[in-house]
Design a protein around this ligand. Structure first.
Ligand code: KIV
Length: 286
């Protein structure tokens, strides 16, 4: 499958995603730069999330709260330069949508104007409703994200599965309804029991996209480096590696090293040569 440039299929938009409720599963993957966006798009994945997980998998931080807006704009713009057919969703980093509706709109505007995002995602339910409504009123498509919201790491006391107790599960269901009624075009459900995800998916009108939320959601999302076996450290149980690019990459690097060491790289075809005439003239200079 080609990238967007040679692809006959239409560009994916937020309303198209919204209309997919009850249809074939929605598939989203993260990407953070030009090559990762090309890979995701050429694989036929319909939504690219420029996730703040870039903090973990690219920058090596322990939490996502380490990245700010400038970093997210930079990564989003690198993804947008791939001109993917996939919808580009820019993740709002921590503290960029908490202070006022004005600053929230301005910050989302930077992801869109400077970064090239076509929608934004933000974490939180009823606590963030005022900001979600202000963004939607400004005609910025919003993807919601509830459950194990990594930006709440300190408040949650770690990266913990949410909604396991009855009151917490009820709270999540209320959050989902509030976001749905506010008009989010899709809702990420992360790190929650499958039954809670199933209830939300059945009750809301927008599609749900799960990560660690079981198989009953309207779609699934995983992080690029997790899918391809490029992530380090302990991975959560919902992650499946569909390739082992780390091993392949190390093997490629080892082959490069060995080829230089044994003199087989570069060979004649990989070398620029002078014309005989210029070579002769230089030899005569000596
Ligand atoms: O930043 C991210 O990668 C995310 C996904 C895990 C949904 O928010």
């Amino acid at each position: 499958m080609d990238s967007a440039a040679g692809d006959e299929r239409p560009k994916v938009t937020a309303p198209m995603v919204r209309a997919r409720k009850g249809g074939p599963p929605l598939i989203m993957a993260t990407a953070y730069d030009y090559p990762s966006a090309r890979i995701v798009d050429e694989a036929g994945i319909e939504i690219i999330l420029v996730g703040d997980s870039v903090a973990n998998v690219v920058h090596g931080h322990a939490t996502t709260i380490k990245v700010g807006l400038d970093t997210m704009v930079l990564h989003t713009s690198a993804v947008a330069r791939a001109e993917p057919r996939a919808l580009i969703v820019g993740d709002m980093p921590w503290l960029t949508y908490h202070l006022s509706t004005e600053s929230t709109i301005e910050n989302a505007g930077r992801l869109i104007r400077e970064g090239g995002a076509e929608a934004i995602k933000l974490e939180g339910g009823r606590k963030r409703l005022r900001m979600v409504k202000a963004l939607i009123e400004t005609e910025i498509p919003v993807m919601g994200h509830i459950g194990l919201t990594p930006q709440s790491v300190h408040a949650m006391g770690g990266h913990r599965v949410q909604g396991k107790l009855v009151d917490d599960a009820r709270g999540l269901i209320k959050d989902a309804h509030a976001l749905d009624e506010a008009g989010v075009f899709a809702l990420v459900l992360e790190g929650i029991p499958d039954l809670v995800a199933d209830i939300v998916t059945k009750e809301v009108s927008c599609p749900t996209i799960g990560i660690g939320a079981g198989s009953g959601t309207d779609g699934q999302v995983l992080v690029f480096h997790d899918i391809l076996g490029l992530a380090y450290g302990k991975t959560p149980k919902f992650v499946r590696h569909f390739a082992d690019l780390h091993a392949e990459a190390v093997e490629g690097m080892r082959s490069f090293r060995q080829a230089v060491e044994n003199g087989s790289f570069p060979n004649d075809d990989e070398t620029y040569h002078l014309s005989e005439e210029v070579a002769k003239a230089l030899a005569e200079d000596k």
